[in-house]
Design a protein around this ligand. Structure first.
Ligand SMILES: NC(=O)C1=CN([C@@H]2O[C@H](COP(=O)(O)OP(=O)(O)OC[C@H]3O[C@@H](n4cnc5c(N)ncnc54)[C@H](OP(=O)(O)O)[C@@H]3O)[C@@H](O)[C@H]2O)C=CC1
Ligand SMILES: C=C(/C=C/[C@@H](C)[C@H]1CC[C@H]2C3=CC=C4C[C@@H](O)CC[C@]4(C)[C@H]3CC[C@]12C)C(C)C
Length: 569
């Protein structure tokens, strides 16, 4: 029986967590920011110490540390120890998952010594780095010599190991693909203690392609060789405002970097960096950039924005001014550009410190920003953690470029979260079928952004408080997340694995392809030593029974042959 008097959208009752969130800034200012500063400073000292060592010394230490990893793996007694994962504590990592597998029985391998840049090879244009090298550390070393990783993920704290075993993206991914696509070789310690170097075309090429998105479930990464590119001192960035409905905004975004004539590899038609921001269902700003020399930037009449200064407005708000000012161009120092969303944690900083974007705060305390994600996590109560699951959205959706408009409409209808981040990236057609792959037969359609060898996708970053929650109405975060995941499966999309998931095991493997992954799990004897990718993703505390089941995964699992898989592809 319907109640005609019931409001269309009943109000949600205020709960304790609403107050905890409202006053979280007190803990952040008194505790998190000062300790973040000390934390960052100690990491910086560690980086300086590492940089003082010669490359020979670093290599020698690396070889010794690899031996220690092998020894530690060998010490594991399969009959009583848990399955293997890295020793990084759950609260230190950047992702949003609760990492419950590290709270149940498991066997840790400490990789904390693997934090050195081992080599910058200017001839081969390769950086060889250990897995705990983070983005801030590498850009500090390479940018002053006009080099950069081809895809330099934006938050300073993201690590090479996490970006390869998970996923990584930046404004150059429409040219270079995802972070893992820029990797040339991986040094892996396998379950049986062998140390192998996997590349695209050696005997371990299957492993090389299976590692991205595998979440450390095939072996332990101890170093990676990653492509470098030549960069200049500045980025010339154009901010272009666009208006229209969501489909029109999606088209304007595609037009900002993908020539309609299909000439996607023509550098004169395709910008070197791209990102789009959707601020409302009718307004967005598209940003395109290219590297520029110091001489060019300093020419009379050009505007230089030294964005690295702590008191500068938050980047997403600065970009938004284009909606009032109209199109504008400015020159940003390259490193400041790379880390432009770091200080405000995209726009999540607004919820954590509601006045963090104000002029007075930026001047007085902006230099302490951002709060270290690890400390935010360490000081958040269970209630706040659950709030982020139930009344908040933090998701990255990788969808084919031609479906961006549909996806934006879905997100608007079901979640109503703004701003939204758009970042294009290629998904390459490969000789094997890894966990994520382009739509079969996409080449035949010759859609905007696609080439014979790669399909253009877009990372749609949906982070913030949904409209319903802002209005005080009920919002079922878990259910919306489940629906979103089903939408992605139906539309050949993928969900970033750092985000919370509601996927069942069956649906997890509908979204991600497990053929190559399972073959490698078997071939490289990961089963019974490393956890499975789904076990790691699964939400909720792991019971002892689940731990035992995971440990007893049998090697006889059916896995199709490679050629069958390729035929299907
Ligand atoms: N711009 C971008 O691209 C952004 C990306 N992200 C996401 O954040 C994540 C990175 O966060 P970060 O804290 O650096 O990484 P994490 O420590 O969270 O690692 C992510 C996964 O990779 C595994 N892993 C990490 N290092 C190794 C290694 N050396 N050997 C084997 N497995 C390893 C981890 O295994 P284990 O569980 O055993 O520790 C874990 O499953 C990425 O996965 C990415 O998706 C987030 C924000 C922005
Ligand atoms: C994936 C991308 C960017 C994602 C960021 C916006 C989020 C990645 C990790 C997120 C966070 C982690 C932990 C947190 C602790 C909580 O107490 C508060 C929220 C948060 C700081 C949260 C905020 C959003 C992230 C930084 C790329 C692809 C753009």
């Amino acid at each position: 029986m319907s109640d005609a008097k019931a409001p269309l959208h009943p109000k949600r009752k205020k709960q304790v967590v609403d107050f905890l969130l409202q006053f979280r800034w007190i803990i952040v200012i008194v505790f998190v920011l000062p300790f973040s500063f000390l934390f960052y400073f100690s990491i910086y000292l560690g980086d300086v110490k590492s940089e003082r060592k010669s490359y020979e010394q670093r290599q020698k230490e690396h070889d010794e540390n690899v031996k220690e990893v092998v020894k530690r793996l060998g010490e594991r007694d399969a009959s009583k120890d848990g399955l293997v994962c890295t020793g990084r504590p759950p609260w230190v990592v950047v992702g949003m998952r609760n990492v419950d597998y590290k709270r149940a029985r498991h066997f840790e391998v400490d990789l904390s010594k693997f934090r050195n840049i081992l080599e910058i090879d200017k001839e081969r244009m390769i950086a060889r780095v250990e897995p705990l090298v983070n983005m801030g550390q590498i850009s500090r070393v390479t940018v002053p010599i006009n080099l950069s990783l081809a895809v330099l993920a934006e938050l300073d704290d993201l690590t090479v190991g996490g970006l390869i075993n998970g996923f990584g993206i930046e404004g150059s991914s429409h040219i270079f693909g995802l972070f893992s696509d820029t990797v040339v070789a991986l040094e892996i310690v396998l379950a049986d203690g062998r140390v192998v170097r996997a590349t695209k075309d050696n005997e371990y090429s299957d492993l090389f392609y299976a590692i991205p998105w595998s979440q450390g479930t095939l072996g332990l990464l101890v170093s990676a060789e990653i492509k470098l590119i030549q960069v200049k001192e500045y980025v010339r960035l154009t901010y272009k405002p666009v208006t229209g409905n969501l489909k029109e905004l999606a088209q304007a975004y595609a037009d900002s970097f993908a020539p309609r004539d299909g000439d996607q590899d023509n550098p004169s038609k395709v910008p070197e960096m791209v990102e789009g921001m959707i601020y409302s269902p009718t307004e967005g700003v598209m940003m395109t950039g290219r590297y520029a020399s110091k001489q060019e930037a300093k020419q009379k009449g050009n505007v230089i924005n030294n964005y690295g200064w702590w008191f500068k407005p938050w980047f997403y708000q600065h970009a938004q001014t284009a909606l009032k000012r109209g199109e504008f161009v400015e020159y940003i120092p390259t490193r400041d550009y790379y880390h432009r969303h770091t200080r405000s944690l995209y726009w999540e900083g607004k919820l954590i410190l509601p006045f963090g974007d104000q002029f007075w705060f930026r001047f007085l305390l902006g230099w302490l920003m951002p709060p270290k994600i690890a400390l935010l996590k360490a000081t958040q109560s269970e209630a706040i953690r659950n709030y982020y699951h139930d009344h908040h959205v933090i998701q990255d959706l990788l969808v084919p470029l031609y479906k961006v408009g549909d996806c934006l409409e879905w997100v608007h209808r079901e979640m109503e979260v703004y701003p939204i981040w758009l970042c294009p990236h290629r998904i390459y057609k490969l000789p094997v079928k890894p966990m994520i792959y382009p739509e079969p037969g996409f080449e035949a359609h010759r859609r905007q952004g696609d080439t014979e060898y790669a399909q253009m996708y877009t990372d749609i970053g949906v982070y913030y408080v949904p409209g319903a929650v802002l209005r005080g109405e009920p919002f079922d975060g878990a259910e919306k997340c489940r629906q979103l995941e089903l939408w992605l499966i139906e539309n050949h999309g993928f969900q970033a694995q750092y985000a919370v998931t509601e996927l069942t095991e069956k649906n997890f493997w509908r979204m991600f392809d497990n053929t190559l992954y399972e073959q490698c799990r078997k071939k490289y004897k990961a089963i019974g030593t490393f956890m499975s990718a789904y076990y790691k993703s699964k939400k909720g505390r792991k019971t002892e029974k689940e731990v035992q089941e995971a440990e007893q995964e049998k090697a006889e699992q059916e896995t199709p042959e490679v050629d069958e898989q390729e035929k299907a592809y």
